[in-house]
Design a protein around this ligand. Structure first.
Ligand code: C5P
Length: 236
């Protein structure tokens, strides 16, 4: 189960990130480098974490015109990340051109193609906040629509809330990868996440990977927290 856990390195310095990697690398599958850490330290942090022998999910959620996202995606492949993402709302052409570019670049470099996924609807969004942004469809329907679009564009899977895992697997097939943030060990400590589930529920619903930040990094004993999460994910 531990290979399914991705720890979000939501910290501001390279040293703090590397410290977390050293502490947790034998108990988790990989580490997520997101906007805060990448903006503060640059791509060097990815190389450093890789040199520790840990896997990397680069969570920059590219969302731009197709040419720009395809070019940025090629750079992510060159950086050697294991997984990275775009926003599905960038549209079919943005995803399809980028997916092709990723495949071609990995083949040219003769390296394993990174898992390339699309964010559907952020786990911090409710139906109400979607409406405020002009999206009148309920979150679940929007997620289904965007997951199908991502699949058609040749993406390997999507990021969605644990509540939508089953509907995505039903719509897109069991081997379409679902990565889920919004995982909470206690539903009371949801922070800014809205569409949440526990690790056990998310895993049993079919999640391929769980992205977990604060429930691990803010725990009194983070190693014990990771182990408890792995255990909770085992089938009953
Ligand atoms: O601390 P927490 O467990 O909420 O961290 C979740 C991580 O997953 C954060 O780094 C956040 O940026 C990321 N994420 C998310 N929702 C998405 C995609 C990524 O919460 N749809």
């Amino acid at each position: 189960m531990k290979d399914k856990i991705i720890v979000a390195l939501d910290v501001d310095t390279r040293d703090k990130a590397v410290e977390w990697v050293k502490r947790l690398k034998s108990d988790v599958g990989c580490f997520k480098v997101g906007k805060q850490l990448f903006t503060s330290t640059g791509p060097e942090v990815v190389r450093k974490i890789k040199s520790e022998g840990a896997g990397i999910f680069l969570d920059l959620k590219f969302h731009d015109i197709p040419n720009t996202v395809a070019a940025a995606s090629i750079e992510a492949v060159r950086l050697g990340v294991d997984m990275f993402n775009v926003h599905a709302l960038g549209g079919y052409e943005m995803m399809a051109r980028s997916a092709d570019a990723v495949r071609d670049e990995a083949e040219r470099l003769a390296i394993k193609k990174p898992v390339f996924i699309a964010v559907t609807v952020l786990t911090s969004m409710s139906d109400e906040s979607l409406r405020e942004a002009g999206i009148l469809t309920p979150a679940a329907d929007e997620v289904r629509r965007l997951a199908l679009l991502a699949k058609r564009a040749g993406m390997d899977g999507v990021v969605a809330s644990p509540r939508e895992i089953r509907l995505i697997k039903e719509a897109c097939g069991g081997d379409f990868i679902v990565v889920t943030p919004g995982v909470r060990t206690s539903l009371s400590a949801s922070d800014d996440q809205v569409r949440v589930m526990t690790p056990g529920e998310a895993s049993r619903a079919g999640a391929d990977y769980l992205v977990i930040g604060r429930p691990i990094t803010k725990a009194a004993d983070p190693v014990a927290a990771v182990k408890a999460i792995s255990e909770a994910m085992c089938p009953e």
